[in-house]
Design a protein around this ligand. Structure first.
Ligand code: NCD
Ligand code: ZN
Length: 345
């Protein structure tokens, strides 16, 4: 029986760090284990221009505690007014590693997102030319589409047409939650990758809704039926290079989660590596963990893998704090509902 596992230091290919007091509190939770992360640009106001991404990057680095190493990989928030030249310059200087597409109204702080995809075609074409990936929040926002179907409908109505009309564009379908998305990624030939979150490997929609409503399990895209969670687990543990970790760790204060209209997001930065080790072990796939957390992502983004390593050891259950304290209020750490035996030493 394996009880230690040494892997290359992991990266997080989808992370919300926020700003101000929240940034200061959550950044060490990621930097403790992760070497790099793709930083989501959905601040208020969103990070839409290169100069804003540069300033945000400086605030992140200034918030990093002494002695910790962490590289924020910046992104720009795509709007209908995004200037292709600004995007190209931010890419050329090495500042940004991706552009993020939120359909308008899809999720937290996405009001500036895209409504008319024809308006962003020049930006997408430029990105295809320069090899800059598009990270996609894959849900339609039409009120008449059932929230559990929004990802599957997005593939047919938006993602596939965008990929067909800009075939050279590299796309990351983020936080996939359905077997439809897994099948779409697997059937694609080139230029498509997908991130899978920690929490979508663990919860299905019952966790949110059965036995009382559990706001800390509510995130977007919302967790689906058990058969979809199983499809995600198979994809994550398959060794298929097209799937890699993007935690989508998305902190909100308890006050903002536990209310009549609560915010979407699960906070998994603190305990993700323990959670993943437990899930991969349950699939007898611990040997596939390093690919998922540390190799497939850099390979998609054309970045070097990390040379440092981390070691996970198995033993008596590891305790993580139930909440982290921030100057904005407490943030609940994702609770899987089962003991965790793997700790990062
Ligand atoms: C994210 C957030 O809070 O910023 N929430 C979430 O449920 N994932 C937004 C997002 O990435 O959809
Ligand atoms: Zn997100």
């Amino acid at each position: 029986m394996t009880d230690t596992l040494t892997i290359r230091r992991p990266d997080d290919w989808h992370l919300h760090l926020r700003d101000g007091a929240m940034l200061h509190a959550v950044l060490p939770e990621s930097a403790r284990h992760f070497a790099r992360a793709i930083i989501m640009p959905n601040l208020v106001p969103p990070v839409v221009r290169g100069e804003q991404a540069a300033a945000y990057r400086d605030r992140i680095l200034a918030a990093l505690p002494d002695g910790m190493s962490f590289e924020p990989l910046m992104t720009l928030y795509l709007t209908e007014d995004t200037d292709p030249d600004d995007v190209a310059a931010a890419h050329q200087s090495g500042l940004i590693k991706a552009v993020k597409l939120y359909p308008a109204g899809a999720t937290t702080n996405s009001a500036s997102g895209v409504r008319d995809f024809d308006k962003v075609r020049p930006v997408l074409e430029r990105m295809a030319e320069i090899g800059l990936p598009l990270c996609v929040h894959g849900e339609v926002t039409d009120a008449e589409i059932d929230i559990f179907d929004r990802e599957a409908v997005f593939i047919d109505r938006v993602l596939d047409p965008v990929r067909m009309s800009t075939p050279e564009l590299r796309v990351v379908m983020e936080h996939v939650t359905t077997s439809h998305a897994v099948e779409y990624v697997v059937s694609s030939e080139v230029g498509l990758g997908a991130t899978i979150t920690t929490h979508h490997l663990i919860i299905n929609r019952n966790h949110i809704l059965a036995g009382g409503i559990k706001p800390h399990y509510y995130c977007l895209p919302v967790a689906k039926r058990e058969e979809h969670r199983q499809a995600l687990l198979v994809a994550a543990t398959s060794g298929d290079e097209r799937f890699f970790l993007g935690t989508d760790s998305a902190p909100h204060t308890d006050a903002n989660k536990e209310m009549a209209c609560g915010c979407a997001g699960c906070f998994t930065a603190s305990n993700t590596m323990s959670l993943l080790a437990e899930m991969f072990e349950s699939k007898r796939a611990l040997d596939k963990l390093e690919g998922f957390t540390s190799i497939h992502g850099p390979s998609f983004y054309g970045l070097p893998v990390n040379e440092e390593t981390i070691t996970l050891t198995k033993g008596s259950p590891v305790e993580y704090p139930a909440k982290i304290e921030t100057d904005d209020g407490p943030v609940t750490v994702f609770e899987p509902g089962f003991p965790l035996h793997w700790r990062v030493s």
